[in-house]
Design a protein around this ligand. Structure first.
Ligand SMILES: Cc1cc2nc3c(=O)[nH]c(=O)nc-3n(C[C@H](O)[C@H](O)[C@H](O)COP(=O)(O)OP(=O)(O)OC[C@H]3O[C@@H](n4cnc5c(N)ncnc54)[C@H](O)[C@@H]3O)c2cc1C
Length: 471
């Protein structure tokens, strides 16, 4: 049997639910399917305070703010502890604005699915999509339940299938990754000590994450290296790590009951199939920002999808835009994770730490303030940037290097890139900066110090080449 739908979204985790809800609110006919697997991360996950802005944009602030919260939601612990970079366990109080939230993931996923259904989404549970998915982002997909199979012919297919998304199901390749990581975890049933403090602790084998659930239990996870598990065994690595802990984890006598893939990786896809959330880029759990990043990715995907459905851009153009957008965000998170790993230097012989310290980072140097003669790189090209305008994306004049794999830039802060390109022209002696800027309307209000900083940033990006004023 073949059925037709405007949009098919595969995966009803947080990402799939948000994309589906946003598209349904705009009147699109959306089928959302879920195989009810719980891929995600841990049974309980934290949500960073910054996610409240995303909830506000989605019209869901009441979930976080209501005085009588849902049973799957607890405010984050009132203290945060770290044993990182030194053997001292440092515990700091957090004020309300720094605490974030703790979610029982099955409850959160269920609530998000309900929001999608209320927005008009057709949700089919216990339904698995089989691949390979159409790389053009359009066409038939087979859906199977335990009893039967149907083929859905959709105008737009979106994959929100989580961290383990890979070929042959999806036409992707891994473009960037951090070292392989597994999360071993368990729920500690009687966590009588330290009931309101979350703790991250570096140990020889990796790092330990202690998160009290607020009901006398705690989630305990060890993030470690799968190669070491293979070499010394899961039981031994867990035992050694727990025994060396300084925090409340040291009292745990339970073995790990789950093993979850937790490697940070960026998938690359060169076709029109839209990917969202962890399906395209999954970040290191060390940042605790996976859910927030997934929700933001979902919003961005919904905008790209709507732009295709309205006929304002092709699926291929939006696929390219999404890839560049995710790449930029992934690199920011990658950098943060690497900086954190580098701030722990106590275990130089340990394989977990050696592999992470060995990753060559793409950190770029702090820009210098230019003083000489600035010339544009011959590689600099005018290329549109897709920016949000209400319910869709519109193209704005932007620039990027021909060799760049990230998005074009249309503004540096509040300053339009086009005005800066006009300022530089064929060449700009820095001694003439003030006089020239005073003749370009969008630059008149900018101080020479601000403009010099921006020009330094353009040099750092390789857009401008600085020559000494005498050459
Ligand atoms: C160990 C660990 C700890 C983490 N802790 C945190 C934390 O504390 N805070 C935080 O913010 N983030 C955390 N994260 C990250 C967070 O779990 C993810 O970022 C988030 O789940 C991504 O949501 P998603 O909807 O993109 O993917 P998922 O939640 O993985 O959902 C994908 C869904 O698609 C379904 N699916 C897959 N294939 C198919 C198919 N063929 N047909 C039908 N359905 C399919 C899956 O079953 C699943 O339900 C953690 C991650 C890990 C690994």
């Amino acid at each position: 049997m073949i059925i037709e739908r405007e949009v098919l979204i595969i995966g009803a985790g947080p990402t799939g639910c948000v994309v589906a809800t946003l598209l349904a609110r705009h009147g699109h006919q959306v089928l959302l399917v879920s195989d009810d697997g719980r891929e995600g991360g841990l049974p309980v996950e934290t949500m960073v305070p910054g996610a409240s802005r995303t909830f506000e944009r989605l019209g869901w602030s009441q979930l976080l703010e209501q005085p009588d919260p849902h049973p799957f939601l607890h405010p984050g612990p009132s203290r945060r502890g770290r044993c990182w970079g030194s053997s001292m366990l440092d515990i700091q109080p957090l004020d309300r604005s720094q605490r974030g939230w703790r979610f029982l993931r099955p409850g959160l996923d269920h609530w998000l699915q309900e929001q999608a259904v209320q927005a008009g989404v057709e949700l089919r549970k216990h339904t698995r999509a089989s691949g390979p998915l159409p790389s053009s982002g359009q066409g038939p997909v087979t859906l199977s339940t335990p009893d039967r199979s149907v083929i859905v012919d959709a105008k737009l297919v979106i994959a929100a299938t989580g961290r383990s998304s890979a070929p042959p199901f999806l036409p992707v390749e891994i473009e960037e990754r951090l070292p392989e990581t597994i999360a071993l975890s368990t729920i500690v049933e009687d966590a009588t000590e330290e009931t309101d403090v979350s703790i991250i602790e570096a140990v020889v084998q990796g790092w330990i994450w202690w998160l009290p659930l607020g009901d006398g239990r705690a989630s305990l996870a060890l993030l470690c290296d799968p190669a070491e598990i293979k070499a010394i065994g899961r039981v031994a690595i867990w035992k050694r790590a727990i025994e060396s802990a300084q925090g409340p984890a040291r009292h745990c006598t339970t073995s790990s009951t789950r093993g979850t893939l937790a490697t940070a990786r960026l998938n690359s896809i060169s076709s029109g199939l839209l990917l969202a959330g962890d399906a395209i880029s999954a970040i290191d759990p060390l940042s605790s920002q996976g859910l927030e990043k997934a929700l933001v990715s979902a919003e961005a995907t919904a905008l790209a999808a709507r732009t295709v459905l309205l006929g304002d851009a092709s699926a291929a153009t939006m696929g390219d835009h999404r890839q560049r957008w995710e790449r930029g965000l992934f690199r920011i998170h990658r950098q943060r994770a690497l900086d954190l790993y580098r701030s722990e230097m106590r275990f130089p012989e340990a394989p977990f730490w050696q592999t992470r310290h060995a990753v060559v980072d793409s950190k770029q140097t702090v820009p210098n303030l230019p003083v000489g003669l600035l010339c544009p790189s011959p590689q600099l090209q005018l290329h549109p940037r897709w920016v949000a305008a209400g319910d869709r994306l519109v193209s704005k004049d932007g620039y990027r290097l021909a060799t760049s794999d990230e998005e074009s830039i249309d503004h540096f802060g509040s300053v339009p890139t086009a005005a800066l390109i006009e300022l530089v022209g064929d060449q700009l002696p820095m001694s003439q900066l003030h006089r020239r800027a005073s003749q370009i309307a969008p630059l008149v209000q900018q101080s020479p110090a601000t403009l010099t900083t921006i020009l330094g940033e353009m040099c750092r990006l390789g857009w401008l080449v600085e020559k000494s004023s005498t050459t």
